[in-house]
Design a protein around this ligand. Structure first.
Ligand code: FES
Ligand SMILES: [Fe+2]
Length: 454
Protein backbone atom coordinates (compact mmCIF):
# COMPACT_ATOMS: atom_id res chain seq x y z
CA UNK A 1 0.00 0.00 0.00
CA UNK A 2 1.64 3.22 -1.11
CA UNK A 3 -0.50 6.00 0.25
CA UNK A 4 2.26 8.22 1.50
CA UNK A 5 5.49 9.56 0.23
CA UNK A 6 4.40 10.31 -3.32
CA UNK A 7 4.78 13.70 -4.85
CA UNK A 8 1.28 14.57 -5.88
CA UNK A 9 0.13 17.93 -6.99
CA UNK A 10 -3.56 18.38 -7.59
CA UNK A 11 -4.59 18.69 -11.23
CA UNK A 12 -6.97 21.51 -12.13
CA UNK A 13 -10.54 20.16 -12.23
CA UNK A 14 -12.79 21.70 -14.87
CA UNK A 15 -16.26 22.63 -13.60
CA UNK A 16 -15.13 21.83 -10.04
CA UNK A 17 -17.58 22.24 -7.18
CA UNK A 18 -16.91 25.69 -5.75
CA UNK A 19 -20.01 26.39 -3.69
CA UNK A 20 -20.88 23.04 -2.11
CA UNK A 21 -24.60 23.36 -2.86
CA UNK A 22 -24.16 24.11 -6.58
CA UNK A 23 -23.20 21.57 -9.26
CA UNK A 24 -22.21 22.76 -12.74
CA UNK A 25 -24.18 21.03 -15.49
CA UNK A 26 -21.10 20.27 -17.62
CA UNK A 27 -20.05 17.60 -15.13
CA UNK A 28 -22.85 15.47 -16.58
CA UNK A 29 -21.99 15.65 -20.28
CA UNK A 30 -18.68 17.42 -20.97
CA UNK A 31 -16.44 14.90 -22.81
CA UNK A 32 -13.26 16.22 -21.16
CA UNK A 33 -14.69 15.91 -17.67
CA UNK A 34 -15.84 12.40 -18.52
CA UNK A 35 -12.38 11.55 -19.84
CA UNK A 36 -10.82 12.68 -16.57
CA UNK A 37 -13.16 10.32 -14.69
CA UNK A 38 -12.16 7.53 -17.09
CA UNK A 39 -8.47 8.09 -16.43
CA UNK A 40 -8.35 9.26 -12.83
CA UNK A 41 -11.39 7.87 -11.04
CA UNK A 42 -12.46 4.48 -12.38
CA UNK A 43 -8.97 2.91 -12.49
CA UNK A 44 -8.37 3.90 -8.83
CA UNK A 45 -11.53 2.69 -7.06
CA UNK A 46 -12.70 -0.64 -5.69
CA UNK A 47 -15.57 -1.87 -7.86
CA UNK A 48 -18.12 -4.56 -7.17
CA UNK A 49 -17.27 -6.92 -10.03
CA UNK A 50 -19.71 -9.77 -9.44
CA UNK A 51 -21.85 -11.48 -6.83
CA UNK A 52 -20.26 -14.67 -5.54
CA UNK A 53 -23.30 -16.76 -6.45
CA UNK A 54 -22.44 -16.02 -10.09
CA UNK A 55 -19.31 -18.16 -9.63
CA UNK A 56 -20.48 -20.83 -7.17
CA UNK A 57 -18.20 -23.69 -8.32
CA UNK A 58 -14.47 -24.10 -8.73
CA UNK A 59 -13.27 -22.63 -12.03
CA UNK A 60 -16.47 -20.67 -12.70
CA UNK A 61 -15.64 -17.28 -14.13
CA UNK A 62 -17.38 -14.06 -15.18
CA UNK A 63 -16.18 -11.18 -17.25
CA UNK A 64 -16.57 -7.75 -15.61
CA UNK A 65 -16.46 -4.86 -18.06
CA UNK A 66 -16.05 -1.24 -17.10
CA UNK A 67 -15.38 1.38 -19.79
CA UNK A 68 -12.80 -0.18 -22.14
CA UNK A 69 -11.45 -2.59 -19.51
CA UNK A 70 -12.41 -6.24 -19.20
CA UNK A 71 -11.51 -8.31 -16.16
CA UNK A 72 -11.93 -12.07 -15.67
CA UNK A 73 -13.09 -12.93 -12.15
CA UNK A 74 -12.49 -16.59 -11.38
CA UNK A 75 -13.36 -18.99 -8.56
CA UNK A 76 -10.15 -20.79 -7.62
CA UNK A 77 -9.77 -24.45 -6.69
CA UNK A 78 -9.58 -23.54 -2.98
CA UNK A 79 -12.85 -21.54 -3.34
CA UNK A 80 -11.07 -18.21 -3.27
CA UNK A 81 -11.46 -15.61 -6.00
CA UNK A 82 -8.83 -14.18 -8.36
CA UNK A 83 -8.97 -11.71 -11.19
CA UNK A 84 -6.98 -11.21 -14.37
CA UNK A 85 -6.93 -8.74 -17.20
CA UNK A 86 -8.84 -10.28 -20.05
CA UNK A 87 -6.07 -10.04 -22.64
CA UNK A 88 -3.90 -12.78 -24.10
CA UNK A 89 -0.22 -12.01 -23.56
CA UNK A 90 0.50 -12.84 -27.22
CA UNK A 91 -1.43 -10.30 -29.27
CA UNK A 92 -4.05 -9.09 -26.82
CA UNK A 93 -7.17 -11.05 -27.75
CA UNK A 94 -9.75 -11.22 -24.95
CA UNK A 95 -9.45 -14.79 -23.74
CA UNK A 96 -13.09 -15.06 -22.58
CA UNK A 97 -16.42 -13.45 -23.33
CA UNK A 98 -19.28 -13.40 -20.85
CA UNK A 99 -19.12 -16.23 -18.35
CA UNK A 100 -18.64 -19.94 -18.00
CA UNK A 101 -16.51 -22.63 -16.42
CA UNK A 102 -12.90 -23.27 -17.44
CA UNK A 103 -12.39 -26.95 -16.79
CA UNK A 104 -8.72 -26.98 -17.73
CA UNK A 105 -7.93 -23.29 -17.98
CA UNK A 106 -8.24 -20.89 -20.89
CA UNK A 107 -7.21 -21.25 -24.52
CA UNK A 108 -6.89 -18.12 -26.61
CA UNK A 109 -9.06 -18.52 -29.71
CA UNK A 110 -6.54 -16.82 -32.02
CA UNK A 111 -3.31 -18.87 -31.92
CA UNK A 112 -4.05 -21.20 -29.05
CA UNK A 113 -1.87 -19.90 -26.20
CA UNK A 114 -3.05 -21.69 -23.05
CA UNK A 115 -3.37 -20.50 -19.45
CA UNK A 116 -4.11 -22.53 -16.34
CA UNK A 117 -6.93 -21.60 -13.97
CA UNK A 118 -4.25 -19.84 -11.91
CA UNK A 119 -3.49 -17.58 -14.89
CA UNK A 120 -0.10 -19.17 -15.59
CA UNK A 121 0.83 -19.70 -19.20
CA UNK A 122 0.87 -23.45 -19.84
CA UNK A 123 1.46 -23.71 -23.58
CA UNK A 124 2.70 -21.63 -26.51
CA UNK A 125 2.28 -23.34 -29.88
CA UNK A 126 5.51 -23.35 -31.93
CA UNK A 127 7.36 -21.72 -29.09
CA UNK A 128 10.72 -22.14 -30.88
CA UNK A 129 9.70 -19.53 -33.45
CA UNK A 130 9.76 -16.76 -30.75
CA UNK A 131 12.86 -15.03 -29.44
CA UNK A 132 13.67 -15.88 -25.86
CA UNK A 133 12.99 -12.38 -24.53
CA UNK A 134 9.36 -12.65 -25.69
CA UNK A 135 8.71 -15.87 -23.78
CA UNK A 136 10.11 -15.03 -20.35
CA UNK A 137 8.06 -17.24 -17.99
CA UNK A 138 6.82 -14.50 -15.62
CA UNK A 139 6.01 -12.26 -18.54
CA UNK A 140 3.55 -14.48 -20.37
CA UNK A 141 1.09 -15.25 -17.58
CA UNK A 142 -2.27 -13.48 -17.51
CA UNK A 143 -1.85 -10.12 -15.80
CA UNK A 144 -3.36 -10.28 -12.32
CA UNK A 145 -5.85 -7.66 -11.13
CA UNK A 146 -6.33 -6.94 -7.44
CA UNK A 147 -9.37 -8.77 -6.16
CA UNK A 148 -10.92 -9.09 -2.70
CA UNK A 149 -14.12 -10.60 -1.38
CA UNK A 150 -16.57 -8.84 0.89
CA UNK A 151 -20.32 -8.83 1.47
CA UNK A 152 -21.15 -11.71 -0.87
CA UNK A 153 -19.35 -10.02 -3.78
CA UNK A 154 -15.96 -10.00 -5.51
CA UNK A 155 -14.36 -6.55 -5.80
CA UNK A 156 -11.58 -5.46 -8.13
CA UNK A 157 -9.22 -2.50 -8.26
CA UNK A 158 -7.07 -1.71 -11.30
CA UNK A 159 -4.54 0.25 -9.24
CA UNK A 160 -1.80 -1.81 -7.62
CA UNK A 161 -1.06 1.11 -5.29
CA UNK A 162 -4.59 1.53 -3.94
CA UNK A 163 -5.20 0.77 -0.26
CA UNK A 164 -6.90 -2.56 0.50
CA UNK A 165 -10.66 -2.84 -0.05
CA UNK A 166 -11.85 -2.52 3.52
CA UNK A 167 -10.60 0.98 4.45
CA UNK A 168 -11.96 2.26 1.13
CA UNK A 169 -15.51 1.07 1.84
CA UNK A 170 -15.88 1.93 5.52
CA UNK A 171 -18.08 2.52 7.46
CA UNK A 172 -20.46 1.02 4.88
CA UNK A 173 -18.81 -2.41 5.26
CA UNK A 174 -19.09 -2.57 9.06
CA UNK A 175 -22.76 -1.55 8.99
CA UNK A 176 -23.64 -4.01 6.23
CA UNK A 177 -21.73 -6.76 8.06
CA UNK A 178 -24.09 -6.22 11.01
CA UNK A 179 -26.94 -6.71 8.52
CA UNK A 180 -25.27 -9.98 7.41
CA UNK A 181 -25.38 -8.98 3.77
CA UNK A 182 -22.97 -11.81 2.95
CA UNK A 183 -25.74 -14.36 3.41
CA UNK A 184 -28.18 -12.66 1.01
CA UNK A 185 -28.66 -14.34 -2.37
CA UNK A 186 -30.00 -13.14 -5.71
CA UNK A 187 -33.70 -13.76 -6.14
CA UNK A 188 -34.10 -11.48 -9.17
CA UNK A 189 -31.71 -9.37 -11.20
CA UNK A 190 -32.55 -6.57 -13.64
CA UNK A 191 -30.55 -4.20 -15.81
CA UNK A 192 -31.50 -0.87 -17.33
CA UNK A 193 -29.86 1.20 -20.02
CA UNK A 194 -30.33 4.84 -19.03
CA UNK A 195 -29.61 7.67 -21.49
CA UNK A 196 -27.99 9.75 -18.73
CA UNK A 197 -24.63 10.36 -17.06
CA UNK A 198 -23.73 7.78 -14.37
CA UNK A 199 -23.61 10.40 -11.61
CA UNK A 200 -27.02 11.75 -12.58
CA UNK A 201 -28.43 8.21 -12.47
CA UNK A 202 -27.05 7.59 -8.96
CA UNK A 203 -28.21 10.93 -7.69
CA UNK A 204 -31.84 10.04 -8.44
CA UNK A 205 -31.67 7.38 -5.71
CA UNK A 206 -29.84 9.10 -2.85
CA UNK A 207 -32.37 11.57 -1.49
CA UNK A 208 -35.92 11.42 -0.14
CA UNK A 209 -36.83 14.92 -1.36
CA UNK A 210 -38.27 13.52 -4.63
CA UNK A 211 -40.56 10.97 -2.99
CA UNK A 212 -43.64 13.17 -2.52
CA UNK A 213 -43.74 14.30 -6.15
CA UNK A 214 -42.31 11.25 -7.93
CA UNK A 215 -43.75 8.42 -5.82
CA UNK A 216 -47.03 9.83 -4.41
CA UNK A 217 -48.28 6.31 -3.66
CA UNK A 218 -45.60 6.04 -0.95
CA UNK A 219 -47.01 8.99 0.96
CA UNK A 220 -49.64 7.13 2.94
CA UNK A 221 -52.13 9.13 4.99
CA UNK A 222 -52.23 8.08 8.63
CA UNK A 223 -48.75 6.51 8.62
CA UNK A 224 -47.42 8.80 11.36
CA UNK A 225 -49.02 9.90 14.66
CA UNK A 226 -50.45 13.43 14.22
CA UNK A 227 -47.99 16.12 15.37
CA UNK A 228 -50.70 18.09 17.21
CA UNK A 229 -51.27 15.24 19.66
CA UNK A 230 -54.76 14.47 18.34
CA UNK A 231 -55.98 11.05 19.39
CA UNK A 232 -55.59 8.39 16.71
CA UNK A 233 -56.47 4.73 16.80
CA UNK A 234 -53.17 2.77 16.71
CA UNK A 235 -54.90 0.36 14.33
CA UNK A 236 -55.01 3.15 11.72
CA UNK A 237 -51.24 3.57 11.96
CA UNK A 238 -50.61 -0.13 11.66
CA UNK A 239 -52.92 -0.48 8.67
CA UNK A 240 -51.10 2.42 7.03
CA UNK A 241 -47.70 0.82 7.78
CA UNK A 242 -48.78 -2.51 6.30
CA UNK A 243 -50.13 -0.68 3.26
CA UNK A 244 -46.75 1.07 2.90
CA UNK A 245 -44.82 -2.22 3.16
CA UNK A 246 -47.05 -3.83 0.53
CA UNK A 247 -46.70 -0.82 -1.80
CA UNK A 248 -42.89 -0.97 -1.43
CA UNK A 249 -42.85 -4.72 -1.95
CA UNK A 250 -44.91 -4.63 -5.12
CA UNK A 251 -43.50 -1.34 -6.37
CA UNK A 252 -39.82 -2.28 -6.05
CA UNK A 253 -40.10 -6.02 -6.62
CA UNK A 254 -38.83 -7.26 -3.33
CA UNK A 255 -37.17 -4.38 -1.50
CA UNK A 256 -39.60 -5.44 1.21
CA UNK A 257 -39.91 -9.18 0.70
CA UNK A 258 -43.45 -10.48 0.13
CA UNK A 259 -42.90 -12.98 2.93
CA UNK A 260 -42.07 -10.18 5.38
CA UNK A 261 -45.26 -8.36 4.31
CA UNK A 262 -47.20 -11.54 5.01
CA UNK A 263 -45.62 -11.74 8.48
CA UNK A 264 -46.58 -8.09 9.08
CA UNK A 265 -50.16 -8.80 8.03
CA UNK A 266 -50.26 -11.65 10.55
CA UNK A 267 -49.52 -9.12 13.31
CA UNK A 268 -52.27 -6.72 12.31
CA UNK A 269 -54.56 -7.54 15.23
CA UNK A 270 -52.15 -8.04 18.11
CA UNK A 271 -53.05 -6.32 21.36
CA UNK A 272 -51.55 -2.85 21.69
CA UNK A 273 -51.69 0.09 24.13
CA UNK A 274 -53.86 3.10 23.23
CA UNK A 275 -50.93 5.53 22.97
CA UNK A 276 -50.19 5.55 19.22
CA UNK A 277 -46.42 6.21 19.45
CA UNK A 278 -45.92 3.49 22.02
CA UNK A 279 -48.20 1.14 20.10
CA UNK A 280 -46.20 1.69 16.90
CA UNK A 281 -42.87 1.04 18.56
CA UNK A 282 -44.17 -2.15 20.20
CA UNK A 283 -45.61 -3.31 16.89
CA UNK A 284 -42.32 -2.62 15.05
CA UNK A 285 -40.39 -4.60 17.65
CA UNK A 286 -42.80 -7.49 17.33
CA UNK A 287 -42.54 -7.41 13.55
CA UNK A 288 -38.74 -7.45 13.76
CA UNK A 289 -38.86 -10.41 16.14
CA UNK A 290 -41.41 -12.27 14.02
CA UNK A 291 -39.33 -11.84 10.83
CA UNK A 292 -36.17 -12.99 12.61
CA UNK A 293 -37.89 -16.01 14.22
CA UNK A 294 -39.48 -17.06 10.93
CA UNK A 295 -36.13 -17.06 9.14
CA UNK A 296 -34.22 -18.71 11.98
CA UNK A 297 -36.83 -21.46 12.19
CA UNK A 298 -36.40 -22.01 8.45
CA UNK A 299 -32.63 -22.26 8.92
CA UNK A 300 -31.56 -18.96 7.30
CA UNK A 301 -28.88 -16.63 8.60
CA UNK A 302 -30.55 -13.36 9.62
CA UNK A 303 -29.43 -10.56 11.96
CA UNK A 304 -31.37 -9.63 15.08
CA UNK A 305 -33.30 -6.67 13.68
CA UNK A 306 -34.10 -5.18 17.09
CA UNK A 307 -30.43 -5.34 17.92
CA UNK A 308 -29.63 -3.35 14.75
CA UNK A 309 -32.28 -0.88 15.84
CA UNK A 310 -30.67 -0.60 19.30
CA UNK A 311 -27.28 0.03 17.65
CA UNK A 312 -28.83 2.77 15.50
CA UNK A 313 -27.86 1.04 12.24
CA UNK A 314 -31.21 -0.14 11.00
CA UNK A 315 -30.95 2.46 8.24
CA UNK A 316 -32.68 1.67 4.97
CA UNK A 317 -29.70 2.38 2.74
CA UNK A 318 -25.95 1.98 2.53
CA UNK A 319 -23.90 3.79 -0.10
CA UNK A 320 -20.48 2.63 -1.31
CA UNK A 321 -18.45 4.98 -3.54
CA UNK A 322 -18.43 5.06 -6.48
CA UNK A 323 -21.13 2.73 -7.76
CA UNK A 324 -22.68 0.26 -5.31
CA UNK A 325 -25.73 0.56 -3.02
CA UNK A 326 -27.42 -1.85 -0.60
CA UNK A 327 -30.93 -1.08 0.65
CA UNK A 328 -31.79 -3.55 3.42
CA UNK A 329 -35.38 -3.89 4.64
CA UNK A 330 -36.31 -6.51 7.25
CA UNK A 331 -35.01 -9.86 5.99
CA UNK A 332 -34.28 -8.78 2.40
CA UNK A 333 -32.53 -6.05 0.42
CA UNK A 334 -32.30 -4.37 -2.92
CA UNK A 335 -28.88 -3.63 -4.33
CA UNK A 336 -27.85 -1.33 -7.18
CA UNK A 337 -24.75 -1.00 -9.33
CA UNK A 338 -24.06 1.76 -11.88
CA UNK A 339 -21.53 1.70 -14.71
CA UNK A 340 -20.85 4.46 -17.25
CA UNK A 341 -21.23 3.44 -20.91
CA UNK A 342 -20.43 6.94 -22.20
CA UNK A 343 -20.75 10.56 -21.02
CA UNK A 344 -24.53 10.32 -21.31
CA UNK A 345 -25.25 6.62 -20.96
CA UNK A 346 -25.36 4.36 -17.92
CA UNK A 347 -25.97 0.70 -17.18
CA UNK A 348 -27.85 0.33 -13.91
CA UNK A 349 -28.42 -3.08 -12.34
CA UNK A 350 -30.91 -3.91 -9.60
CA UNK A 351 -30.78 -7.06 -7.49
CA UNK A 352 -33.57 -8.30 -5.26
CA UNK A 353 -31.72 -10.18 -2.53
CA UNK A 354 -33.24 -12.56 0.00
CA UNK A 355 -32.23 -15.11 2.63
CA UNK A 356 -32.42 -18.85 2.14
CA UNK A 357 -31.70 -21.86 4.32
CA UNK A 358 -28.30 -23.37 3.59
CA UNK A 359 -28.51 -25.81 0.73
CA UNK A 360 -31.76 -24.32 -0.54
CA UNK A 361 -30.33 -21.23 -2.21
CA UNK A 362 -31.57 -20.46 -5.72
CA UNK A 363 -29.64 -21.59 -8.81
CA UNK A 364 -26.81 -19.54 -10.25
CA UNK A 365 -28.43 -16.26 -11.42
CA UNK A 366 -28.63 -15.50 -15.14
CA UNK A 367 -27.42 -12.04 -16.14
CA UNK A 368 -30.31 -9.88 -17.34
CA UNK A 369 -30.77 -8.45 -20.81
CA UNK A 370 -30.78 -4.69 -20.20
CA UNK A 371 -34.21 -3.15 -20.71
CA UNK A 372 -34.74 0.39 -21.90
CA UNK A 373 -35.78 2.77 -19.14
CA UNK A 374 -39.32 3.09 -20.55
CA UNK A 375 -39.87 -0.67 -20.87
CA UNK A 376 -43.38 -1.50 -19.62
CA UNK A 377 -42.02 -4.48 -17.65
CA UNK A 378 -40.41 -2.26 -14.97
CA UNK A 379 -42.23 -2.31 -11.62
CA UNK A 380 -43.98 0.97 -10.66
CA UNK A 381 -41.30 2.58 -8.45
CA UNK A 382 -38.35 2.33 -10.89
CA UNK A 383 -40.72 3.31 -13.71
CA UNK A 384 -41.35 6.56 -11.88
CA UNK A 385 -37.64 7.23 -11.21
CA UNK A 386 -36.64 6.30 -14.76
CA UNK A 387 -39.27 8.59 -16.27
CA UNK A 388 -37.53 11.67 -14.80
CA UNK A 389 -33.96 10.82 -15.70
CA UNK A 390 -33.88 11.26 -19.50
CA UNK A 391 -35.86 14.49 -19.10
CA UNK A 392 -33.32 15.72 -16.59
CA UNK A 393 -30.34 14.85 -18.80
CA UNK A 394 -31.95 16.72 -21.71
CA UNK A 395 -32.93 19.63 -19.47
CA UNK A 396 -29.33 20.09 -18.35
CA UNK A 397 -28.40 21.09 -21.91
CA UNK A 398 -30.70 24.14 -21.83
CA UNK A 399 -28.62 27.22 -22.67
CA UNK A 400 -29.98 29.19 -19.76
CA UNK A 401 -29.35 26.44 -17.21
CA UNK A 402 -25.93 26.58 -15.57
CA UNK A 403 -25.91 24.68 -12.33
CA UNK A 404 -28.07 22.53 -10.07
CA UNK A 405 -28.95 24.14 -6.77
CA UNK A 406 -29.06 21.60 -3.94
CA UNK A 407 -30.91 21.63 -0.68
CA UNK A 408 -27.99 21.63 1.73
CA UNK A 409 -30.00 19.59 4.19
CA UNK A 410 -31.99 17.17 2.02
CA UNK A 411 -29.57 16.69 -0.90
CA UNK A 412 -26.23 16.97 0.86
CA UNK A 413 -25.02 13.55 -0.26
CA UNK A 414 -25.02 14.73 -3.88
CA UNK A 415 -22.61 17.51 -2.96
CA UNK A 416 -20.46 15.25 -0.78
CA UNK A 417 -20.31 12.67 -3.60
CA UNK A 418 -19.52 15.21 -6.34
CA UNK A 419 -16.73 16.74 -4.25
CA UNK A 420 -15.27 13.26 -3.71
CA UNK A 421 -15.35 12.79 -7.49
CA UNK A 422 -13.37 16.05 -7.74
CA UNK A 423 -10.80 14.63 -5.33
CA UNK A 424 -10.20 11.67 -7.65
CA UNK A 425 -10.28 13.77 -10.81
CA UNK A 426 -7.70 16.10 -9.22
CA UNK A 427 -5.47 13.04 -8.81
CA UNK A 428 -5.22 13.43 -5.03
CA UNK A 429 -3.29 10.72 -3.15
CA UNK A 430 -5.20 8.02 -1.30
CA UNK A 431 -4.25 9.43 2.09
CA UNK A 432 -6.29 12.52 1.18
CA UNK A 433 -9.14 10.54 -0.39
CA UNK A 434 -9.70 8.03 2.42
CA UNK A 435 -11.27 10.52 4.89
CA UNK A 436 -13.63 11.70 2.13
CA UNK A 437 -14.64 8.12 1.36
CA UNK A 438 -15.26 7.50 5.03
CA UNK A 439 -17.61 10.46 5.23
CA UNK A 440 -19.73 9.43 2.21
CA UNK A 441 -19.88 5.63 2.52
CA UNK A 442 -22.96 5.91 4.73
CA UNK A 443 -26.70 6.15 4.47
CA UNK A 444 -27.04 9.03 1.94
CA UNK A 445 -30.70 9.77 2.64
CA UNK A 446 -31.26 13.14 4.31
CA UNK A 447 -27.51 13.67 4.69
CA UNK A 448 -26.52 17.32 4.93
CA UNK A 449 -23.58 18.88 3.13
CA UNK A 450 -20.56 17.97 5.24
CA UNK A 451 -16.90 18.91 5.28
CA UNK A 452 -15.40 15.92 3.50
CA UNK A 453 -11.90 17.02 4.41
CA UNK A 454 -10.30 17.05 0.96
S1 FES B 1 -3.51 -13.46 -29.47
FE1 FES B 1 -3.79 -15.05 -28.10
S2 FES B 1 -2.75 -16.69 -28.99
FE2 FES B 1 -2.38 -15.08 -30.33
FE1 LIG C 1 -37.28 7.22 -6.28
Amino acid sequence: MAIVGQNWSALPVPYAIELPDRVRKERYFDPDFYQMEVELLWPRVWQMACRLEEIPQRRDFVEYEVLDQSIVVLRTDDMGVRAFQNACRHRGVRIVEGRGTCESGFTCPFHGWCYGPDGRNTFVPQARTFAEHNLQPEDINLTPVRCEVWGGCAWINLDDDAPPLRPCIEPFATIQDAWKVESLRTERWYACRLPVNWKLAEEAFVEMYHVVETHPQLVIPGRYPPRDGRAIDPRTLIDAEIHYLRTMSEGMDGMVHANDVRIAEGLRDIELPADPTLAMSIWQRQLNDAVVSWHRAAGSDVPDLNDLEAQGINEPMGYCFPHYFVLPMYSAASSYRFRPLGPEETLMEIWSLARFPEGREPEKPTPPEPWECDDPRWPPIPTQDFSNLPRQQRGLHARGFQYMRLSERAEGHISNFERTVDGFVAGLPYERLLPALESINLNPLDRPVVDIDL
